[in-house]
Design a protein around this ligand. Structure first.
Ligand SMILES: [Zn+2]
Length: 255
């Protein structure tokens, strides 16, 4: 039986299962995962086991990680992959974890004067194309304590990771067959233009104005809303909310 042989061959590559005690202890600390139904929780557990087997954590600057914290990061990183499965996690390996905010030196190019200057940006997370995922542990923990405030740094950076699976980030990740790429581009462009216009005019917005930084940031910020405050996203833009429902699966958030 060829099928059975393949299954047997593939099963040799199955990562070690997450032990029951660790799983239960970690699940109780992660409201987003705890509110999933049993089927999606089991799928999350399977994808998270792959994630832990394939990614390498590097605590930096005195950050301390244990199995529970690694799994808490893995759970939130794998939530957005529930629909696409572990293939969405490919192409990178390292996770750098700082205890809190971290500084990154950036070159800024002034288009008018042509002058290039250097400045430090203070970040809570960053995702490099084919490079590491970088996180502030304090902010990961804050998201676990305040899961429904509209923010989630791991989900934000993972959205960038998905977006970069097909090259430079542009707010359009590789999409499953059932989602039309054209529908996605039209809806996201319209919502992004709308937000940028409101931000430029100094109006209050339901979506964090940071999303107006670029289409890639827009996708990452609305992804946070999908998982953390889907009701706000639905009010801000029902089309984008429906597309993210299709892309990520329904949000477990209570409102
Ligand atoms: Zn971002």
């Amino acid at each position: 039986m060829a099928g059975a042989w393949w299954r047997q061959w593939l099963s040799r590559f199955d990562p070690p299962a997450i032990p029951d005690v660790l799983w239960r202890r970690t699940l109780s600390a992660c409201p987003l995962a705890r509110r999933l139904d049993d089927d999606r929780q089991n799928e999350l557990r399977r994808i998270a086991a792959h994630f832990l087997a394939r990614k390498r954590f590097h605590p930096l600057a005195g950050a301390e990680l244990d199995d529970r914290l690694r799994l808490l990061i893995a759970l939130q990183a794998c939530l957005p992959a529930l629909r696409q499965g572990s293939t969405g996690l490919r192409g990178w390996r390292e996770i750098l974890v700082y205890p809190g905010e971290f500084k990154v030196r950036r070159s800024h190019h002034d288009e008018h004067s042509g002058v290039v200057s250097e400045a430090d940006d203070v970040l809570i997370g960053e995702a490099w194309e084919r490079g590491p995922l970088i996180l502030s542990l304090a902010d990961v923990q804050l998201d676990l304590e305040q899961p429904w405030d509209g923010y989630n740094v791991v989900v934000h950076e993972m959205a960038h990771k998905f977006d970069m699976l097909d090259g430079a980030p542009d707010g359009v990740p590789p999409l499953p067959e059932e989602i039309s790429r054209r529908d996605w581009i039209v809806a996201f462009q319209r919502a992004y233009d709308h937000l940028s216009n409101d931000v430029a005019r100094g109006r209050d917005t339901l979506i964090d104005p940071y999303a107006a930084e670029g289409p890639d940031e827009f996708f990452a910020v609305v992804s946070e809303l999908h998982w953390s405050q889907p009701g706000v996203l639905k009010r801000a833009d029902p089309m984008v909310a429906a597309l993210l429902d299709a892309y990520y699966g329904p949000s477990p958030a209570p409102y």
